[in-house]
Design a protein around this ligand. Structure first.
Ligand SMILES: *[C@@H]1O[C@H](CO)[C@@H](O)[C@H](O)[C@H]1NC(C)=O
Ligand SMILES: *[C@@H]1O[C@H](CO)[C@@H](O)[C@H](O)[C@H]1NC(C)=O
Ligand SMILES: *[C@@H]1O[C@H](CO)[C@@H](O)[C@H](O)[C@H]1NC(C)=O
Ligand SMILES: *[C@@H]1O[C@H](CO)[C@@H](O)[C@H](O)[C@H]1NC(C)=O
Ligand SMILES: *[C@@H]1O[C@H](CO)[C@@H](O)[C@H](O)[C@H]1NC(C)=O
Length: 465
């Protein structure tokens, strides 16, 4: 009900500011606002479709489950012996047997090297991880055929990865060898702890992924993936250790995840749409990011992303969209709502001048276009003066940026909003003020009829309260 009222007010503002030929465009503006405010992301591949097992099968009344224990295949579990072959054999057995549960027993540490676990499997597979899976510590001995991979799962459909277990990348030597740590090191990628690629209807539940060599959990080229209750943990100064990275994937839900790491808690990049994040804890880390996109003049497309309920503490960015100069494509349809930040630098940031490179980046005229971005009920404390920063390309401005119910302050001093080439508006309570967002319509009215502009704004604020 309240939402409807606010919405009507915005319509009133838009129609008040409407003038002749601008009318059609303004009603288009209103439609876009309604769209961004109301769209939702439906995630398929849910419990109903997949009938996942909630409990380990041995406490379940349901029969027809085949237990495949890695120990049966010769895994030692002392953290020293190489258990890779036992895991591969157990996977092959479980994957080719209908209704199997692949068990990694608790209380043990299984050393496993870079491995590709391939589907498709017979029926629904449950990978029950109760113990710890650890990676070898020494980068020099890593399999050169898989420089970016540790545990990879491919072509899996209808699978559940769950348990109280830990996936530990033993990353400290990799971090020390990073060029981000020491400029005399060569810049090369390190393995991702857990990868789910080319898969669908997969759930990941309750696991802890920690100290990855580089990214912790990558979801790539996949559809209908649900990640719930997953914990990611790595030191604040571990380089490029993104928490959950989503690329070329659709219908992804991240829910109740606690992520503390040395890079983005979540990063969503090219080819991803219908991504829903609900109740996310982030910190330490670099925030919850869309991008980076457009590097090396590439095409980057991300659409329909919703973040609902998040708590960010001590992160170097909050809600961030980052694109490189010279890219193309677009980010369209993003809604951030109900977010609390605590001592966060750049709580709200769009950065179209992103440049994560040892040499400065040149300004270029093409850019990834950013539009239909809504921020709603975002509050807390900013560590930087620019609590809101919309640094958009001069040639490809950001458009339809909408702010509502924003309350960002600083413990010491005032905060402000920075804008470059950003078109949009705020309504309701917006602190710091977002006056620097330009709207051609608003500007026109302010120039021509300052009184009406003030009235319409007054009306808005009044009704919102
Ligand atoms: C996944 O399946 C596709 C199609 O069947 C196949 O082309 C591809 O090689 C498979 N990938 C892996 C890693 O097995
Ligand atoms: C960086 O690496 C170089 C060459 O390996 C080494 O000599 C130097 O001590 C390292 N610096 C730091 C700060 O670790
Ligand atoms: C972006 O994603 C699309 C869709 O998945 C893909 O076809 C394209 O190759 C990707 N581009 C880059 C630069 O990765
Ligand atoms: C605003 O967001 C905070 C933090 O998530 C939440 O506790 C509060 O209930 C939200 N307020 C409304 C009106 O939804
Ligand atoms: C690129 O453009 C932005 C916005 O106009 C400006 O602030 C920045 O200084 C420019 N950078 C370079 C390297 O020219």
């Amino acid at each position: 009900m309240a939402k409807k009222l606010v919405f009507i007010c915005v319509l009133v503002l838009l129609s008040l500011t409407g003038k002749g030929g601008a009318g059609a465009r303004l009603s288009e503006e209103a439609n876009i606002l309604r769209k961004v405010e109301d769209f939702d992301v439906e995630i398929g591949g849910g419990d109903d479709d997949v009938e996942f097992l909630e409990e380990p099968f041995w406490v379940s009344e349901r029969g027809n489950k085949v237990l495949v224990n890695v120990d049966t295949f010769g895994a030692v579990g002392d953290g020293v012996a190489d258990d890779t072959q036992a895991f591969v054999k157990a996977w092959n057995q479980a994957c080719s047997t209908r209704g199997s549960v692949l068990l990694v027993p608790q209380g043990r540490r299984y050393l496993v090297t870079a491995t590709r676990f391939k589907g498709p499997c017979e029926g629904k597979l449950v990978f029950q991880i109760e113990g710890t899976i650890v990676a070898p510590t020494e980068p020099k001995n890593w399999d050169p055929k898989n420089p970016r991979l540790w545990l990879g799962f491919y072509n899996v459909s209808k699978a559940l990865f769950q348990g109280h277990g830990v996936i530990d990348g033993s990353g400290s030597k990799w971090w020390a060898a990073s060029c981000k740590k020491n400029k005399s090191n060569p810049c090369k990628g390190a393995p991702t702890a857990l990868t789910i690629d080319s898969s669908s209807a997969v759930r990941v539940k309750g696991l802890t992924i920690q100290n990855s060599q580089q990214m912790h959990f990558v979801i790539s080229r996949s559809d209908s993936i649900r990640v719930t209750g997953v914990k990611v943990s790595a030191p604040e100064d571990s380089p490029n250790t993104d928490g959950i990275h989503i690329t070329e994937s659709t219908n992804v839900l991240l829910q109740n995840c606690k992520i503390g790491t040395g890079d983005d808690c979540v990063s969503i990049v090219n080819g991803s749409s219908d991504i829903r994040m609900k109740t996310i804890y982030c910190g330490p880390g670099h925030g919850i990011s869309i991008g980076s996109l457009g590097k090396d003049n590439s095409v980057g497309i991300v659409t329909k992303v919703v973040l609902d309920t998040a708590f960010l503490r001590g992160t170097t960015n909050g809600l961030r969209i980052k694109t490189w100069q010279g890219g193309s494509g677009y980010v369209r349809g993003v809604r951030y709502q109900n977010v609390r930040v605590d001592d966060v630098s750049n709580p709200i940031i769009i950065d179209q001048f992103y440049c994560d490179s040892p040499t400065p980046c040149q300004n270029q005229s093409s850019a990834v276009e950013i539009s239909e971005i809504m921020y709603k009920n975002i509050s807390g404390t900013s560590k930087s003066k620019n609590a809101m920063k919309f640094a958009c390309s001069d040639t490809v401005p950001c458009s339809h940026i909408v702010l509502n119910n924003i309350n960002l302050e600083s413990r010491d001093g005032t905060v402000e909003t920075y804008c470059n080439s950003a078109i949009g508006f705020g309504y309701g309570y917006v602190q710091p003020s977002a006056e620097c967002l330009t709207s051609s319509d608003k500007e026109k009215i302010v120039k021509q009829e300052p009184e009406l502009a003030q009235n319409s704004q007054g009306y808005l604020i009044h009704t919102e309260l």
